[in-house]
Design a protein around this ligand. Sequence first.
Ligand code: GLU
Length: 477
Amino acid sequence: MRLAPSPTGTLHIGTARTAVFNWLFARHCGGSFLLRIEDTDRERSKPEYTANILEGLQWLGLDWDGEPVIQSQRLEQHRAAIQRLLDSGHAYRCYASEEELAAMREQQAASKQAPRYDNRHRDLSPEQEAAYVAEGRQPVVRFRIDDARTITWTDLVRGEMRWSGADLGGDMVIARRAPADRIGDPLYNLVVVVDDAAMAISHVIRGEDHIANTAKQLLLYEALGAEPPVFAHTPLILNQEGKKLSKRDGVTSISDFRAMGYTAAALANYMTLLGWSPPEGMGERFSLKEAAAVFGFERVNRAGARFDWDKLNWLNGQVLREQGPESLREQLAPLWAARGWGLADGANPVHADPAWQRQLTELLGPSLTLLADGVEQAEPFFTTPELNDAARAQLEAAGAGAAVTALLERLPEGELDADQAQALLGEAATAAGVKKGVVMKSVRAALLGSLQGPDLLATWLLLHRSGDDRARLARCR
Ligand code: GLU
């Protein structure tokens, strides 16, 4: 198994999902998961993209075996393979100029034909070749594709596949233009085959956008006398409209998801579900290791997989809660501190107390989707919030002020437990002549400045421990 990313951009979710399937299958069968950096596009490949890709894979927990193979360092092997194909007559030099090829395509378009190379230089005589060379033309190298051939393979996802040679666009370019006594830069289909064969890749697992390449590559394996791997073409990731997910859909790179606060565990879990259905009874939340134990292509769907933010968010919340409140607190504390909460000179010392922070984490935990939600939702516990309109309206309702006053009069200086707090709410209701619900709503409004928020009693107890409840209630008497 291998992943062969091109470092022409950051690690894309599609590539990462391909990595997940390769990793799962390799770990499932005890095979190796190799990496090959396909950096032969010298203009668009950048070392920082390679770094981003390796870092992203590592972060997701997709460890690979051995050192990554760097494709650009294998140029001699690629050229040697092209030379062999030239020597065996499977490939030839084509001198057609860009202008001639453009004119050919124009004609094809005018007569409503699919664009293809018409194999015009397939059988040049030595004299014709010499004449083109004398003109100073630089040839590409093309690989012969027999229109009459039918290419077949058994795809692990899609079953029996058939492709007609006539649908491959004519003889394919395998090396760019160069003087006729040299071989120009080798191109994708050729180098992939040479490298996959050299790396003894048993299974090529990649997106279904490569299916036509597979047909071409199988012909190259045959011509080079190499054993082809088994192929598995995975469904594409689709956006909400059912189109292939692209940059235009916003966040698509793993580093962006990471920056948004998604956990590696949730993202890896989610990518596994993008195209694979876990066996009955497994549920949708699992680790990569758990998935690897049962992974197989019989449960990979053929249909495209629609990206579902709700599911990713749900998984991320699950992962956050699984870590337990103490681990969650350890992650949140630096984010709170970065806001200056609990640290600044003169700040409430209770806010920096791990026990108080842990209670706060336990209170907020169930409603977190992203770690950052634990910052936003914690804000009213560290700083006194303004009253919003709904809170103000609540506190202006009949009896609300009286209830808050009654509560304040009974509020102990020292400790307060849940039973006492419940009793106080009841007493305040009686004293103010309102229902207990009115007292509760008013207390929430006074404490949090909003009618929304976590469990009221736990909220109050926390704010009582930090000594923040009294002043907040007092402003609403
Ligand atoms: N470099 C190619 C890509 O990123 C690799 C495709 C393959 O797996 O063969 O699309």
